[in-house]
Design a protein around this ligand. Structure first.
Ligand code: HEM
Length: 180
């Protein structure tokens, strides 16, 4: 039966994960800090597919000029986070899925680097950024760790028309851990 092949980086991740606990779930508070590559995977997913692609609208409190455009007081403005994160003037090969890009970049998601704003920016930015990143990273780690993922074959390249569908199979070494 064909199954999902992990990249070398994912295998390195599991080597780290098996370190402390053999058959238990990974926990956000203890284990997330040991998963830097997977953290960058989530960051890259949020760059390409931000949950809020057009940031919550802002209203200008005074008249101002942005990039030569005059905005009267009370103008409603949307920030296109999706387009910024795919701008080739800002990102090298922006359409590529490459978590490695963050290994050499200091760009973070705390609202100071305007090239990457999946959690927004300013005084209304997301309050749950830390919890959100921890939960998504560790949940993903557990899904990869406990299951082999079998892709549905014969559907061609993944696209909006043919989204990637996978069937999870619990990995043999974990079956007993779940039954006992
Ligand atoms: C990956 C997970 C999450 C993503 C991508 C996300 C994204 C966002 C975005 C884009 C905004 C709007 C920010 C802006 O307009 O500048 C927002 C607002 C907010 N988020 Fe999240 N969020 C996530 C998880 C969470 C969690 C776990 C919590 C709470 C525990 C949370 C609580 C909030 C709150 C309270 C606001 C409104 C803040 C305000 O208007 O002052 N978020 N989030």
């Amino acid at each position: 039966m064909p199954s999902f092949t992990c990249t070398p980086s994912f295998h390195a991740l599991f080597a780290q994960s098996h370190r402390a606990k053999k058959h238990t779930l990974l926990h956000a508070d203890e284990d997330a800090k040991d998963l830097p590559y997977l953290y960058n995977v989530v960051k890259e997913v949020l760059r390409l597919h931000p949950v809020v692609p057009l940031l919550v609208p802002r209203i200008s409190s005074t008249e101002t000029t942005v990039e030569g455009y005059f905005l009267p007081s009370g103008t409603i403005a949307f920030v296109n986070v999706w387009a910024i994160a795919r701008d080739p003037k800002i990102w090298d090969r922006p359409e590529d899925f490459s978590p490695e890009r963050f290994e050499t970049s200091t760009r973070d998601m705390k609202g100071q680097d305007y090239e990457l704003l999946p959690f927004g920016s300013g005084r209304r930015m997301c309050l749950g950024i830390r919890l959100g990143m921890l939960m998504v990273t560790v949940t993903l780690a557990n899904l990869i760790r406990f299951f082999d993922w079998e892709p549905e074959l014969g559907k061609g390249v993944e696209s909006m028309e043919h989204p990637l569908k996978c069937t999870p199979h619990i990995r043999k070494e974990f079956v007993n851990a779940f039954l006992t």
